[in-house]
Design a protein around this ligand. Structure first.
Ligand code: SF4
Ligand code: SF4
Length: 470
């Protein structure tokens, strides 16, 4: 029997063709629409895809054909897709989006507003990838599609400003981000936020009340018997807004017996670029980090931000077409560990014990930890070791909170819908503390809870564990 994802190319092609004939149909106006939905009935989609028979021969190839054809259109991913859960539109599902990507590649669909809209609305959360029986590498398909779209589609001036300047020229540079936050802090201090336009209010709501910075030494020695030496990725958003969390992460590693090295020449992991459609810039980040960490003798490279972690673990793939860097990328990625997966192995050695806090605690799965890295047990094991019987489950814990990197800036409406859904579930859980492991999730959930007037505390898992072991 073949393993999932290894079906023959001919088999995939024939299933893809049958599915495209039976499930999608042209409606006679040069438009196509899904004639069946996963709900089993006839359904008119809110949007139709504009087909252009003239595009066929001239479209550049941007998708790996085998990876695209791995989708057998079974629809098992639909129930996991947050945007499909919200809109019920097949075009906003993983299956519909893969079909759409292939249609653009094959020249059956114009690269216009409609195609871009459905790809923009994708969170890149990779929940679909985690449940796919055919092993479809959706994240890889999405990154290549976005890279192609950004090169060939002209965006509005505000969207270009946001994506090319704010997201690509400020966020990946901690010093620039610190300067960019100054006006926001001043406006907040003056109490004039309510007079700002909606998009500015929404963006400002994501900035935490207390931004913490911390001077992290380049080398922090192990405490107690030494077990090894690890590198630490300090991150862009993490180092500017969660400096104390980085310090807590290093303390935990030191207590677990590891000397921690934080090389000064490290840079952005590249996730912001890869997710927003600039793969060349992401590759440049990867090369810089590989060179930096190759200079150190390390047992592992630790990251405490889920979004960065998934990109760092995929440098080999990102540099897969570069023979000079592919193997170096694979070696680097093999050493990358999320803080929680590393600490679980050392749990008994760093003083983790049930605490007397007495608060009910729940855990929210960051998408890029749960779906992209498939790490769900380790953080729960650590949180439960402290919370004991005060741990409560979070309904829909692995449904995206709407943060999704910079999605809450580029797609604020859908981000708000998912934020509301997440906050309702947190309140339903009865928790007094929500723990997670990604800066974007923490900011998004904090903002949502603040808006409802809730006093539920939101903590990075490193801060939660540090409190318990201090
Ligand atoms: S579960 Fe996988 S194979 Fe099935 S429709 Fe979704 S992406 Fe395609
Ligand atoms: S990455 Fe997330 S939002 Fe995008 S298609 Fe997959 S499940 Fe849906």
């Amino acid at each position: 029997m073949r393993a999932p994802g290894t079906r023959s190319r001919d088999h995939r092609r024939s299933v893809a063709r049958i599915w495209s004939i039976s499930v999608w149909s042209e409606n006679g106006n040069g438009l196509i629409s899904p004639s069946l939905s996963s709900k089993g009935g006839e359904e008119e989609p809110p949007h139709s895809l504009v087909m252009s028979p003239t595009l066929k021969s001239s479209s550049p190839r941007f998708l790996d054909e085998d990876k695209a054809l791995a989708c057998i259109h079974c629809g098992l991913c639909l129930g996991s897709c947050p945007t499909y859960l919200e809109t019920g539109d097949e075009n906003d599902s993983p299956r519909g989006r893969i079909y759409l990507m292939r249609a653009v590649q094959d020249g059956r669909l114009a690269l216009g507003d409609t195609a871009v809209r459905h790809i923009d609305l994708c969170l890149g959360c990779r929940a679909c990838e985690a449940v796919c029986p055919s092993g479809v590498q959706y994240g890889d398909l999405l990154e290549h599609t976005r890279d192609h779209f950004e090169k060939h589609y002209r965006r509005s001036i505000p969207q270009t400003f946001l994506r090319r300047l704010v997201i690509e020229k400020i966020f990946p540079y901690p010093e620039r981000m610190k300067w960019a936050l100054l006006p926001a802090k001043a406006l907040r201090a003056l109490g004039v936020e309510q007079w700002l336009p909606k998009f500015a209010r929404e963006a400002m709501s994501l900035i935490p009340e207390a931004i913490s910075s911390a001077d992290i030494p380049e080398i922090s020695p192990a405490l107690g018997p030494a077990r090894g030496r690890v590198g630490f990725i300090s991150g862009c958003v993490m180092s500017v807004m969660f400096g104390e969390t980085n310090a807590a992460s290093i303390r935990l590693l030191n207590r677990a017996g590891y000397e921690v090295v934080v090389p000064r020449s490290q840079g952005c992991c590249g996730a912001l670029f890869a997710h927003s459609g600039n793969l060349e810039a992401a590759r440049a980040c990867a090369r810089q980090n590989i060179e930096t960490f190759e200079r150190e003798k390390l047992d592992a490279i630790i990251i405490n931000a889920a979004g960065c972690g998934s990109t760092l673990k995929e440098y080999g793939q990102l540099l897969g077409t570069d023979p000079q860097w592919k193997d170096r990328g694979l070696s680097f990625s093999a050493k990358v560990k999320d803080l929680t997966e590393w600490l679980v192995t050392a749990r008994t050695d760093f003083g983790l014990r049930p605490s007397g806090f007495g608060f009910r605690v729940t855990y929210h799965d960051a998408c890029h930890l749960a779906h992209a890295q498939r790490i769900t047990k380790q953080p729960r094991e650590l949180v439960k070791a402290v919370a004991g019987k005060n741990f409560v489950d979070l309904p829909e814990s692995d449904v995206c909170c709407g943060s999704a990197g910079t999605y809450n800036l580029t797609e604020p409406e859908m981000a708000e819908r998912l934020q509301t859904r997440k906050i309702e579930n947190i309140v339903k859980s009865g928790a007094q503390i929500v723990v997670s492991s990604n800066p974007g999730c923490l900011l998004q959930i904090q903002a949502g809870l603040r808006q409802t007037g809730s006093n539920i505390e939101v903590l990075h898992i490193a801060d939660y564990l540090d409190r318990a072991t201090a």
